[in-house]
Design a protein around this ligand. Structure first.
Ligand SMILES: [Zn+2]
Length: 395
Protein backbone atom coordinates (compact mmCIF):
# COMPACT_ATOMS: atom_id res chain seq x y z
CA UNK A 1 0.00 0.00 0.00
CA UNK A 2 2.77 2.37 0.95
CA UNK A 3 4.48 1.75 -2.37
CA UNK A 4 1.30 2.64 -4.28
CA UNK A 5 1.06 5.86 -2.30
CA UNK A 6 4.63 6.79 -3.15
CA UNK A 7 4.13 5.99 -6.81
CA UNK A 8 1.07 8.23 -6.91
CA UNK A 9 3.08 11.02 -5.32
CA UNK A 10 5.92 10.57 -7.83
CA UNK A 11 3.37 10.71 -10.65
CA UNK A 12 1.83 13.90 -9.26
CA UNK A 13 5.22 15.53 -8.88
CA UNK A 14 6.19 14.52 -12.43
CA UNK A 15 2.93 15.94 -13.71
CA UNK A 16 3.65 19.18 -11.92
CA UNK A 17 7.13 19.29 -13.51
CA UNK A 18 5.68 18.70 -16.98
CA UNK A 19 3.05 21.40 -16.45
CA UNK A 20 5.71 23.81 -15.24
CA UNK A 21 7.72 23.30 -18.44
CA UNK A 22 4.66 23.82 -20.62
CA UNK A 23 3.69 26.97 -18.68
CA UNK A 24 7.12 28.51 -18.95
CA UNK A 25 8.25 27.27 -22.38
CA UNK A 26 5.18 26.78 -24.58
CA UNK A 27 4.85 26.07 -27.42
CA UNK A 28 6.85 22.95 -26.66
CA UNK A 29 6.75 19.35 -27.93
CA UNK A 30 6.43 16.17 -25.87
CA UNK A 31 9.89 15.08 -27.07
CA UNK A 32 11.47 18.33 -25.90
CA UNK A 33 9.82 18.00 -22.46
CA UNK A 34 11.24 14.48 -22.17
CA UNK A 35 14.65 15.82 -23.16
CA UNK A 36 14.75 18.65 -20.59
CA UNK A 37 13.10 16.76 -17.70
CA UNK A 38 14.84 13.40 -18.16
CA UNK A 39 11.43 11.64 -18.01
CA UNK A 40 10.70 8.92 -20.57
CA UNK A 41 8.67 9.82 -23.65
CA UNK A 42 5.94 7.39 -22.59
CA UNK A 43 5.65 9.03 -19.14
CA UNK A 44 5.54 12.51 -20.64
CA UNK A 45 2.87 11.45 -23.16
CA UNK A 46 0.66 9.95 -20.52
CA UNK A 47 0.98 13.00 -18.21
CA UNK A 48 0.38 15.43 -21.10
CA UNK A 49 -2.79 13.55 -22.00
CA UNK A 50 -4.04 14.00 -18.46
CA UNK A 51 -3.19 17.72 -18.56
CA UNK A 52 -5.08 18.08 -21.83
CA UNK A 53 -8.10 16.40 -20.22
CA UNK A 54 -7.76 18.83 -17.28
CA UNK A 55 -7.96 21.72 -19.81
CA UNK A 56 -4.64 23.16 -18.66
CA UNK A 57 -2.83 22.21 -21.87
CA UNK A 58 -3.86 22.15 -25.51
CA UNK A 59 -2.33 20.98 -28.77
CA UNK A 60 -1.77 23.63 -31.42
CA UNK A 61 -0.66 21.76 -34.49
CA UNK A 62 2.69 20.66 -35.81
CA UNK A 63 5.98 22.42 -35.13
CA UNK A 64 9.44 22.36 -36.70
CA UNK A 65 11.12 18.99 -36.94
CA UNK A 66 14.80 18.36 -36.42
CA UNK A 67 14.43 15.32 -38.69
CA UNK A 68 11.68 12.72 -38.82
CA UNK A 69 8.01 13.22 -38.04
CA UNK A 70 6.98 16.78 -37.18
CA UNK A 71 6.00 17.09 -33.50
CA UNK A 72 2.60 18.23 -32.20
CA UNK A 73 3.22 21.40 -30.19
CA UNK A 74 1.70 21.95 -26.74
CA UNK A 75 0.47 25.21 -25.37
CA UNK A 76 -0.43 26.20 -21.83
CA UNK A 77 -4.12 27.12 -21.72
CA UNK A 78 -4.00 30.50 -19.97
CA UNK A 79 -7.77 30.95 -20.10
CA UNK A 80 -8.53 27.78 -18.12
CA UNK A 81 -8.94 30.15 -15.15
CA UNK A 82 -8.51 33.72 -13.99
CA UNK A 83 -6.97 35.57 -11.05
CA UNK A 84 -7.61 38.91 -9.41
CA UNK A 85 -4.80 41.25 -8.34
CA UNK A 86 -5.29 44.28 -6.10
CA UNK A 87 -2.93 47.04 -5.08
CA UNK A 88 -4.34 48.88 -2.08
CA UNK A 89 -2.97 52.39 -1.81
CA UNK A 90 -3.56 55.06 0.80
CA UNK A 91 -6.13 56.81 -1.40
CA UNK A 92 -7.18 54.27 -3.99
CA UNK A 93 -7.32 50.64 -4.95
CA UNK A 94 -6.16 49.40 -8.34
CA UNK A 95 -7.49 46.01 -9.40
CA UNK A 96 -6.94 43.75 -12.39
CA UNK A 97 -8.44 40.55 -13.68
CA UNK A 98 -5.80 38.47 -15.44
CA UNK A 99 -5.74 35.10 -17.09
CA UNK A 100 -3.34 32.43 -15.82
CA UNK A 101 -0.49 33.85 -17.91
CA UNK A 102 -0.90 37.31 -16.35
CA UNK A 103 -2.55 38.89 -19.36
CA UNK A 104 -4.80 41.74 -18.18
CA UNK A 105 -8.43 41.14 -19.14
CA UNK A 106 -10.06 43.88 -17.08
CA UNK A 107 -8.78 46.76 -15.00
CA UNK A 108 -10.59 48.74 -12.34
CA UNK A 109 -9.65 51.60 -10.03
CA UNK A 110 -11.62 53.02 -7.15
CA UNK A 111 -10.79 55.82 -4.75
CA UNK A 112 -11.27 55.64 -0.99
CA UNK A 113 -10.72 58.11 1.81
CA UNK A 114 -9.36 55.58 4.33
CA UNK A 115 -11.93 56.63 6.94
CA UNK A 116 -12.08 53.22 8.64
CA UNK A 117 -10.72 49.70 8.17
CA UNK A 118 -14.26 48.37 7.61
CA UNK A 119 -15.02 50.88 4.88
CA UNK A 120 -11.77 50.20 3.02
CA UNK A 121 -12.29 46.44 3.34
CA UNK A 122 -15.71 47.03 1.78
CA UNK A 123 -14.01 48.90 -1.07
CA UNK A 124 -11.74 45.86 -1.60
CA UNK A 125 -14.73 43.55 -1.57
CA UNK A 126 -16.60 45.67 -4.11
CA UNK A 127 -13.52 45.71 -6.41
CA UNK A 128 -13.35 41.93 -6.21
CA UNK A 129 -17.10 41.48 -6.81
CA UNK A 130 -16.91 43.78 -9.82
CA UNK A 131 -14.08 41.76 -11.39
CA UNK A 132 -15.63 38.39 -10.57
CA UNK A 133 -18.69 39.66 -12.43
CA UNK A 134 -16.58 40.61 -15.45
CA UNK A 135 -14.65 37.30 -15.64
CA UNK A 136 -15.30 35.18 -18.73
CA UNK A 137 -16.58 31.62 -18.31
CA UNK A 138 -13.73 29.17 -17.65
CA UNK A 139 -13.00 25.67 -16.39
CA UNK A 140 -11.46 26.69 -13.05
CA UNK A 141 -13.13 30.10 -12.58
CA UNK A 142 -11.32 32.58 -10.31
CA UNK A 143 -8.40 30.56 -8.94
CA UNK A 144 -7.13 33.14 -6.47
CA UNK A 145 -6.99 36.72 -5.26
CA UNK A 146 -3.66 38.48 -4.57
CA UNK A 147 -3.51 41.72 -2.59
CA UNK A 148 -0.52 44.05 -2.37
CA UNK A 149 -0.59 46.24 0.75
CA UNK A 150 1.39 49.25 1.96
CA UNK A 151 2.50 47.45 5.11
CA UNK A 152 3.99 44.38 6.72
CA UNK A 153 2.21 41.02 6.54
CA UNK A 154 2.88 37.74 8.34
CA UNK A 155 2.74 34.17 6.99
CA UNK A 156 -0.78 33.71 8.36
CA UNK A 157 -2.24 36.37 6.08
CA UNK A 158 -2.49 39.10 8.70
CA UNK A 159 -1.64 42.68 7.87
CA UNK A 160 0.41 43.49 10.98
CA UNK A 161 1.17 47.12 10.47
CA UNK A 162 0.44 49.64 7.72
CA UNK A 163 1.54 53.02 9.10
CA UNK A 164 0.38 55.13 6.15
CA UNK A 165 -3.09 53.57 6.35
CA UNK A 166 -3.01 53.66 10.14
CA UNK A 167 -3.90 49.95 10.30
CA UNK A 168 -2.69 47.33 12.75
CA UNK A 169 -3.42 43.60 13.00
CA UNK A 170 -6.06 43.15 10.32
CA UNK A 171 -6.68 39.46 9.42
CA UNK A 172 -7.26 40.47 5.81
CA UNK A 173 -6.64 37.12 4.10
CA UNK A 174 -9.21 35.45 6.35
CA UNK A 175 -11.77 38.24 5.87
CA UNK A 176 -11.59 38.10 2.06
CA UNK A 177 -11.45 34.29 1.88
CA UNK A 178 -14.52 34.07 4.09
CA UNK A 179 -16.41 36.51 1.88
CA UNK A 180 -15.66 34.91 -1.49
CA UNK A 181 -14.58 31.32 -0.76
CA UNK A 182 -11.55 31.82 -3.03
CA UNK A 183 -7.90 31.39 -1.91
CA UNK A 184 -6.29 34.74 -1.04
CA UNK A 185 -2.65 35.72 -0.74
CA UNK A 186 -1.57 39.05 0.75
CA UNK A 187 1.88 40.61 0.65
CA UNK A 188 3.68 43.88 0.96
CA UNK A 189 3.19 46.00 -2.18
CA UNK A 190 6.94 46.30 -2.83
CA UNK A 191 7.29 42.50 -2.71
CA UNK A 192 4.36 42.23 -5.11
CA UNK A 193 6.01 44.89 -7.31
CA UNK A 194 9.27 42.94 -7.44
CA UNK A 195 7.37 39.82 -8.51
CA UNK A 196 5.47 41.86 -11.14
CA UNK A 197 8.73 43.20 -12.58
CA UNK A 198 10.36 39.75 -12.59
CA UNK A 199 7.36 38.16 -14.33
CA UNK A 200 6.21 40.90 -16.69
CA UNK A 201 8.56 43.86 -16.59
CA UNK A 202 12.15 44.80 -17.21
CA UNK A 203 13.33 42.30 -14.59
CA UNK A 204 12.43 39.22 -16.67
CA UNK A 205 15.23 36.69 -16.53
CA UNK A 206 17.01 38.59 -13.77
CA UNK A 207 18.03 36.51 -10.75
CA UNK A 208 19.11 39.36 -8.46
CA UNK A 209 16.67 42.20 -8.63
CA UNK A 210 15.62 44.98 -6.28
CA UNK A 211 12.38 46.79 -6.91
CA UNK A 212 12.15 50.12 -5.10
CA UNK A 213 8.64 51.40 -4.66
CA UNK A 214 8.52 55.16 -4.26
CA UNK A 215 5.14 56.05 -2.89
CA UNK A 216 4.01 57.93 0.20
CA UNK A 217 6.92 55.99 1.79
CA UNK A 218 9.74 53.98 0.22
CA UNK A 219 10.00 50.19 0.33
CA UNK A 220 11.85 47.49 -1.54
CA UNK A 221 11.08 44.03 -2.85
CA UNK A 222 14.28 42.03 -2.92
CA UNK A 223 14.74 39.07 -5.26
CA UNK A 224 17.86 37.01 -4.62
CA UNK A 225 18.66 34.06 -6.89
CA UNK A 226 15.17 34.24 -8.34
CA UNK A 227 13.39 34.08 -4.98
CA UNK A 228 11.73 36.82 -2.98
CA UNK A 229 13.86 37.48 0.10
CA UNK A 230 11.65 38.19 3.12
CA UNK A 231 14.22 38.27 5.91
CA UNK A 232 14.26 36.06 8.99
CA UNK A 233 10.74 37.04 10.07
CA UNK A 234 9.24 38.61 6.96
CA UNK A 235 10.15 42.24 7.54
CA UNK A 236 12.94 42.86 5.02
CA UNK A 237 12.83 45.67 2.51
CA UNK A 238 12.07 48.63 4.80
CA UNK A 239 14.79 50.62 3.08
CA UNK A 240 12.88 53.88 3.37
CA UNK A 241 14.13 53.85 6.96
CA UNK A 242 17.82 53.77 6.12
CA UNK A 243 19.03 56.88 7.93
CA UNK A 244 20.76 59.22 5.47
CA UNK A 245 21.23 62.07 7.94
CA UNK A 246 22.21 60.98 11.43
CA UNK A 247 20.73 64.04 13.13
CA UNK A 248 17.95 64.71 10.62
CA UNK A 249 14.27 65.27 11.34
CA UNK A 250 12.34 62.69 13.31
CA UNK A 251 10.68 59.91 11.33
CA UNK A 252 7.45 58.12 12.29
CA UNK A 253 9.55 54.95 12.76
CA UNK A 254 11.31 56.57 15.72
CA UNK A 255 14.66 57.12 14.00
CA UNK A 256 16.08 60.34 12.57
CA UNK A 257 16.85 61.42 9.01
CA UNK A 258 15.30 58.40 7.25
CA UNK A 259 15.63 58.23 3.44
CA UNK A 260 11.88 58.49 2.84
CA UNK A 261 11.78 61.86 4.61
CA UNK A 262 13.78 63.19 1.64
CA UNK A 263 12.93 61.09 -1.42
CA UNK A 264 9.29 59.91 -1.19
CA UNK A 265 6.08 61.25 -2.70
CA UNK A 266 5.26 62.55 0.77
CA UNK A 267 8.55 64.51 0.88
CA UNK A 268 7.90 65.91 -2.58
CA UNK A 269 4.42 67.13 -1.70
CA UNK A 270 5.63 68.66 1.53
CA UNK A 271 8.32 70.62 -0.29
CA UNK A 272 5.84 71.64 -3.00
CA UNK A 273 3.51 73.12 -0.39
CA UNK A 274 6.25 75.57 0.56
CA UNK A 275 6.21 77.00 -2.97
CA UNK A 276 3.51 79.41 -4.08
CA UNK A 277 2.11 77.30 -6.85
CA UNK A 278 -0.93 78.02 -9.02
CA UNK A 279 -4.15 76.70 -7.49
CA UNK A 280 -2.86 76.97 -3.91
CA UNK A 281 -1.78 74.29 -1.47
CA UNK A 282 -4.93 72.20 -1.75
CA UNK A 283 -4.49 71.60 -5.48
CA UNK A 284 -1.06 70.03 -5.09
CA UNK A 285 -0.74 66.38 -5.89
CA UNK A 286 1.74 64.36 -7.95
CA UNK A 287 -0.30 64.64 -11.16
CA UNK A 288 -0.52 68.42 -10.78
CA UNK A 289 3.24 68.67 -10.17
CA UNK A 290 3.94 66.53 -13.24
CA UNK A 291 1.72 68.83 -15.27
CA UNK A 292 3.50 71.94 -13.99
CA UNK A 293 6.92 70.44 -14.69
CA UNK A 294 5.77 69.54 -18.20
CA UNK A 295 4.75 73.15 -18.71
CA UNK A 296 8.29 74.14 -17.75
CA UNK A 297 7.67 75.53 -14.24
CA UNK A 298 11.28 76.00 -13.04
CA UNK A 299 10.54 75.71 -9.30
CA UNK A 300 8.71 72.38 -9.79
CA UNK A 301 11.41 71.02 -12.08
CA UNK A 302 13.96 71.93 -9.43
CA UNK A 303 11.87 70.04 -6.83
CA UNK A 304 11.95 66.89 -8.97
CA UNK A 305 15.66 67.27 -9.61
CA UNK A 306 16.37 67.58 -5.90
CA UNK A 307 14.23 64.51 -5.27
CA UNK A 308 16.32 62.69 -7.90
CA UNK A 309 19.46 63.65 -6.01
CA UNK A 310 18.04 62.25 -2.76
CA UNK A 311 16.85 59.11 -4.53
CA UNK A 312 20.43 58.62 -5.65
CA UNK A 313 21.75 58.91 -2.08
CA UNK A 314 19.56 56.00 -0.94
CA UNK A 315 20.07 53.90 -4.09
CA UNK A 316 23.84 54.08 -3.50
CA UNK A 317 23.26 52.31 -0.17
CA UNK A 318 21.19 49.65 -1.92
CA UNK A 319 23.89 49.09 -4.57
CA UNK A 320 26.72 48.87 -2.05
CA UNK A 321 24.70 46.70 0.33
CA UNK A 322 23.20 44.17 -2.07
CA UNK A 323 25.20 44.15 -5.33
CA UNK A 324 22.07 43.51 -7.47
CA UNK A 325 22.05 43.06 -11.27
CA UNK A 326 19.03 45.25 -11.68
CA UNK A 327 17.34 48.01 -9.71
CA UNK A 328 13.88 49.04 -10.88
CA UNK A 329 12.19 52.12 -9.46
CA UNK A 330 8.42 52.07 -9.51
CA UNK A 331 5.41 53.98 -8.25
CA UNK A 332 3.62 57.08 -9.48
CA UNK A 333 6.84 59.10 -9.52
CA UNK A 334 8.07 57.06 -12.52
CA UNK A 335 6.13 59.70 -14.49
CA UNK A 336 8.88 62.15 -13.45
CA UNK A 337 11.71 59.99 -14.79
CA UNK A 338 12.96 62.66 -17.18
CA UNK A 339 13.70 65.04 -14.29
CA UNK A 340 14.68 62.46 -11.64
CA UNK A 341 16.99 60.18 -13.57
CA UNK A 342 19.86 62.49 -14.49
CA UNK A 343 20.56 63.83 -10.98
CA UNK A 344 20.04 60.35 -9.53
CA UNK A 345 22.50 58.72 -11.94
CA UNK A 346 25.05 61.48 -11.27
CA UNK A 347 24.97 60.59 -7.57
CA UNK A 348 25.32 56.86 -8.35
CA UNK A 349 28.33 57.54 -10.57
CA UNK A 350 30.01 59.65 -7.92
CA UNK A 351 29.20 57.69 -4.79
CA UNK A 352 28.54 53.98 -5.35
CA UNK A 353 31.42 51.52 -5.18
CA UNK A 354 32.79 50.81 -8.66
CA UNK A 355 32.68 46.98 -8.52
CA UNK A 356 28.98 46.50 -7.70
CA UNK A 357 28.12 49.29 -10.18
CA UNK A 358 29.95 47.68 -13.09
CA UNK A 359 27.30 45.18 -14.23
CA UNK A 360 24.30 46.97 -12.82
CA UNK A 361 21.26 48.39 -14.62
CA UNK A 362 19.09 51.00 -12.95
CA UNK A 363 15.77 51.70 -14.66
CA UNK A 364 12.37 53.19 -13.97
CA UNK A 365 9.49 50.73 -14.29
CA UNK A 366 7.94 50.30 -17.72
CA UNK A 367 4.79 48.82 -16.16
CA UNK A 368 3.58 52.30 -15.17
CA UNK A 369 1.81 51.86 -11.82
CA UNK A 370 0.97 48.19 -12.49
CA UNK A 371 4.05 46.42 -11.06
CA UNK A 372 2.40 45.59 -7.74
CA UNK A 373 -1.06 44.76 -9.04
CA UNK A 374 0.33 42.38 -11.69
CA UNK A 375 2.66 40.87 -9.10
CA UNK A 376 -0.27 40.35 -6.72
CA UNK A 377 -2.21 38.51 -9.40
CA UNK A 378 0.89 36.45 -10.23
CA UNK A 379 1.25 35.48 -6.55
CA UNK A 380 -2.37 34.26 -6.60
CA UNK A 381 -1.73 32.17 -9.73
CA UNK A 382 1.49 30.78 -8.20
CA UNK A 383 -0.44 29.77 -5.09
CA UNK A 384 -3.05 28.01 -7.23
CA UNK A 385 -0.38 25.99 -9.01
CA UNK A 386 1.60 25.34 -5.83
CA UNK A 387 -1.55 24.01 -4.17
CA UNK A 388 -3.09 22.40 -7.22
CA UNK A 389 -0.29 21.27 -9.50
CA UNK A 390 0.15 18.02 -7.71
CA UNK A 391 -3.55 17.50 -7.15
CA UNK A 392 -5.05 18.58 -10.49
CA UNK A 393 -6.56 15.28 -11.55
CA UNK A 394 -8.40 13.95 -14.52
CA UNK A 395 -11.98 15.18 -14.18
ZN1 LIG B 1 12.09 56.01 9.55
Amino acid sequence: MKQTGDLNLVKKINKSIVLHHIRTNSPISRARIAEVTGLTKATVSSLVNELIESSLVEEIGVGQSSGGRKPMMLLFNGTAGYAIGLDLGVQDCLAVLTDLTGKVIEEYIIEHNNDSVDNVVNVLKSCISELIGRAPESVYGIVGIGIGLPGICDDEGNLLFAPNLGWENVPLQHIIEKEFGIPVVIDNEANAGAVGEREFGAGKDTANLIYISIGIGIGAGIIIKGELYRGATGFSGEIGHISIQHDGPKCRCGSLGCWELYASEHALLQQARELSLPGGEDAIDVDELLKLADEGNPAVIQLFERLGYYLGIGVVNVINGYNPEFIILGGRLTGAEKWLKKPMMAVLERRSLPHPRKQLSVEFSQLDVRSAVLGASSLAVAKFFADAEVTVERS
